[in-house]
Design a protein around this ligand. Structure first.
Ligand code: ZN
Length: 347
């Protein structure tokens, strides 16, 4: 397969089925997983048993660990989930299952064909603990080349191409391997003109460390998304400082409302109304074009087939809530359509 040139890509978006006119992207969920394995690598290979949905609440809050819950490799399930989004008014799903999480580009292409949804795939590698240890010995340039190739040639041994960089993963403390990977992603952004989406470490100061690192390494902040704001930032000062820096802020845990958040039990995850209050503040400060939202579904019990809120939750519940809470149609349109379209268009 031929390498796409920068000129061929510029002004277009790229789904798992090829380049498209960004005008066709429509309403977009910017951070999801349809086919994934987020089981920690040391535990992979343990036999999976059927999920016991009688334990739904404990599975949902992850107070019960069950690796069946963190493994979704069924293309049929992914297709039905994508079709549900389209049925409720969504059009595009950004799928960020990347290195370490068992990406399946061919499976995503199949799900896109069978559901009618646009699926835009990420590339690169997730947090340190999930990465192939061989990455420690690879150079920045080699990792940058791999990511650019995943966008221009094809990803993970297939001819299915990625449409953006990330979610590049960071842990706390932030590791050298992760810094090298992010540096490589900055280089790949300069090479391809793609957006970059970053999973920050679970520490309130890490997003600002990211901004400084990105500036130092020549990233385009207006094409860079800080993910998971809802589990990372809990005060206006840090929130406004990030917005003022020009990065895109992503509230991507819609539907998860919990003070039993296992990855960081010290924090209270906001509920959806709380998320909207923070988004309102950012809009009122003049940054309405720097907000995107999503569900980041990566556990089986979050899917409607298994009793969860599902990938259409934003369409069924959150957008109506936005209207009730006084968001204008133009503000909703910027969050769901305008900003995602700008981000997914190669520059
Ligand atoms: Zn994710």
């Amino acid at each position: 397969m031929a390498r796409l040139t920068r000129d061929e890509m510029r002004g277009k978006a790229q789904t798992v089925l090829g380049l498209i006119d960004p005008a066709g992207l429509g309403s977009t969920l910017m951070h999801e997983h349809l086919i994934w394995n987020i089981t920690p690598p040391p535990a992979r290979g343990e036999p999976l048993k059927e999920l016991d949905l009688g334990q739904w609440w404990d599975l949902q809050t992850r107070t019960v660990k069950d690796y069946r819950n963190s493994t979704q490799l069924d293309v049929g399930v992914a297709t039905r989930a994508a079709a549900e989004v389209v049925q409720h008014g969504g059009r595009t799903i950004v799928e960020l299952t990347i290195g370490g999480l068992m990406p399946d580009p061919e499976g995503l292409a199949q799900a896109a064909r069978d559901s009618g949804a646009h699926i835009v795939m990420g590339c690169g590698h997730y947090v340190h603990d999930y990465q192939d240890p061989a990455n420690e010995h690879r150079s920045v340039d080699e990792l940058a080349r791999e990511m650019a190739d995943q966008i221009q040639l094809g990803a993970w041994g297939t001819d299915v191409r990625a449409g953006l960089l990330g979610e590049i993963g960071c842990q706390w403390p932030w590791t050298d391997l992760e810094k090298k990977m992010l540096h490589a992603a900055c280089l790949a952004q300069q090479e391809t003109g793609a957006a970059l989406t970053i999973h920050p470490a679970r520490h309130q100061d890490h997003p600002w460390m990211l901004v400084e690192f990105l500036r130092e390494h020549g990233a385009d902040l207006s094409l860079t998304i800080i993910d998971h704001i809802d589990r990372t930032i809990f005060d206006d000062d840090r929130l406004f400082r990030l917005a003022d820096a020009g990065v895109i802020l992503e509230w991507d845990l819609f539907g998860q409302e919990s003070c039993y958040y296992q990855p960081n039990p010290d924090i209270d995850l906001p509920n959806d109304a709380g998320r909207l209050r923070d988004i309102r503040k950012v809009i009122d400060r003049g940054h309405g074009d720097q907000v995107v939202i999503s569900h980041d579904i990566c556990h089986i019990v979050q899917m409607t087939e298994f009793g969860g809120h599902g990938y259409a939750h934003i369409y069924k519940k959150v957008i109506p809530l936005m209207r009730r809470r006084g968001f204008s149609e133009a503000e909703i349109d910027a969050i769901m359509v305008g900003t995602p379209r700008r981000l997914l268009t190669f520059v």
